[in-house]
Design a binder for this molecule. Structure first.
Ligand SMILES: [Zn+2]
Length: 76
């Protein structure tokens, strides 16, 4: 899988953060990660807190290995 883009957007409909499974309302700024895996595009959303955690633990390469909410296991 390849990560195509990673950018901060204001969501236009409610989204769940993949890392913590928290729900965020319209207008929240979340990081959207777009990946392509075997020709299939998918995008995940990450809240600031989870993104910071991914960055600090350098976990981005494991992104597709996470189940939703599983990042909570990595929080202190
Ligand atoms: Zn989160």
């Amino acid at each position: 899988m390849d990560q195509l883009s990673l950018k901060i957007i204001k969501i236009r409909k409610p989204q769940k953060c993949w890392g913590c499974a928290g729900e965020f309302p319209v207008g929240t700024e979340l990081t959207r990660s777009v990946i392509v895996d075997q020709g299939e595009f998918s995008s995940d959303y990450w809240c600031n807190e989870c993104e910071a955690l991914l960055n600090s633990l350098e976990l981005w390469q494991l992104e597709e290995g996470f189940a939703m909410g599983e990042l909570l296991n990595y929080k202190e």
